[in-house]
Each structure stands twice: as structure tokens, then as C-alpha cells.
Ligand binder design. Sequence first.
Ligand code: PMV
Length: 316
Amino acid sequence: MPAFSAYAPGKIILFGEHAVVYGQPAVAAPVSQVKARAVVNANLRGLPGSVRIQAPDVGEDAELASLPANHPIGLAVRSVLALLKIQSPPACTLKVTSTIPIAAGLGSGAAVSVAVLRAFSAYLGRPLKDEQVSELAFEVEKVHHGTPSGIDNTVITYGKPVYFIKGKPIEMLKVPVPFTIVIGNTGIASPTAAAVGEVRQAWKAKKALYESYFESAGSLAASARQMIEHGIVETLGPLMTANHGILRKMGVSSPELDELVAAATKAGALGAKLSGGGQGGNMIALVAASRAERVAQALQRAGAVSTIITVVGKPE
Ligand code: PMV
């Protein structure tokens, strides 16, 4: 029997993280240089209902039945079984691997969910539609993040740049002029739930102030969308840097992120900001394609543990 496998990319948030949780628009794009992969193989000698889950990157090797209810991979598998009303699937082994750094703002949790949902439903002979994949991945995100906006599961499921407003139908972005982004990893693991929780506490304490931050970030995302769709990409740089300033005020930057943002700008980036939950994780810099290598090297000299050069809007 053949193996059933699926990949899902990482993602960056170009504009609007955190504010998106409070209903503001945000812009995100997939990053295909890093991926989560799920592979399902039938286990012909296994007992019906047995699903062995192996995730060697995180040292997991267990039967589905033994996993706690909130285990993210277990939850993804169980949600497929519940949706398809299957109680006892044919025995199989599900192996999950990923090159997306964990807790780094690149959507590793959502990518693992999307890959698992696709590979496992294909193994059961009933591959899920994109809407179903995104919706179930969102349910798993709630376990990771508490109050996710839904942007990660959306951009990762559809694998295209998106303009996203929580609870609204997704809008794919047209990108007539692709642009180059350098991603720099601080190497500091920072769970999104913690940053999102801190912003919520701060918002509760200073509602008017935080809402003004969210609105400013939202208008940057709306302007950025216009520029991207009209192919005026150089002007996105200052908008990114402005968004970073707002995120700093929100309290989700860190000295390491600020340092990488400054190093990218000094090396000729058109603009830079943290991306994702913040307080660690990754930052992004908009660059002219010819400067990408130079900016990546400057980021490494400034302490980035890894860098990725990606092009947003590149035809697949
Ligand atoms: O998963 P991360 O770290 O890329 O963060 C997602 C973006 C947030 O706006 C911080 C949270 C959310 O659910 O939108």
C-alpha cells in the first residue's frame, strides 16, 4: 500500500500581528523554504483502530489512544476521525517531521496540523477540502494559543499571500511585483500564547492606548495591501519599520529583535520588523533582491542563528 504524505509551509506575518487578534486586518505570506511533513503508512499487522504517532523532532512515539486530549497531533487526528465519523481506522503509523523552527513565529504548529489533517484524511480515502483543513487546524491552534486569530492556519492551508480579518472570508492577495524578504531567527524560543496573553493583560489595563496601537497597525496593513496589489513594493519598507515601532510599544519586541532590525536596516534593507508573536522568534526585512545575501550576512553577524531568503508572490 502506498504512503500518504502531505507538506505544509511555514509563514511570516508581513503586517498586523497581535492587532489581528482584536479584529484588525493583517497580511501574511507562506514561506516554502521550511516545511512540516506528515506521512501515513498502513500497518498491516496492527490492530484496527491503532494509530501510532511518531514525531522524532520532539521525541514523540506513542499510540493515539495513550495521548492526552489536548495533544496537538492527537487532536488533529481525532478531529479528522470525528468529522468523517470513523471510529476505528485501519491500523497505521503517522510520522511527522518539520524543518520549521518551533516557537519562532513561523507557524510551525499550524503547519504540522495542516500536514497531518491532509495526510491522514487522504489515508482514510476522504481527503478534506481546504476550508475543512483550515477550520480543523484552527481548532488545534486554540489549544496552542488560547485565542488565535486564525491567520496562521489560513495562510498555511491556502499556501498563498493573504489579507486576513478574523472571522471574515479570506482574501488572497494579488502580488503583481514579487518582493524579497530576509528572515532572521533570534534563536530565542517564544511561545505565541505567552506573548498573546501579555498583550491581553496590557490591553485590559490600558484599553484606549492598546486599541490605538491596534488601529495604527491595522491601517498600516490596509495601506500595505494597496501597495502590494499595485506593485509599489519599495514603499512597504517604511510601513514595516513603522509596524515594528508599534509592536515595540505593545511590549512584544526584545533587545535581540531590535538589534536584528537595526542590523538589517544598516545593511541596506528597505524596512524591517519582528514577525509573529515576538519576544524572540523571527524578524523580517524587505530588501532589493540584489542585497538579500548581504543583509542575511549582516543578520548573522548581529547574532541571527539562521536566516532564510524568500520571495513573496513568486509563482509556484
Ligand atoms: O504563531 P505566531 O507566533 O506566528 O503568531 C501569530 C500571530 C499573532 O497575531 C501574534 C497571534 C494570532 O493568533 O494572530
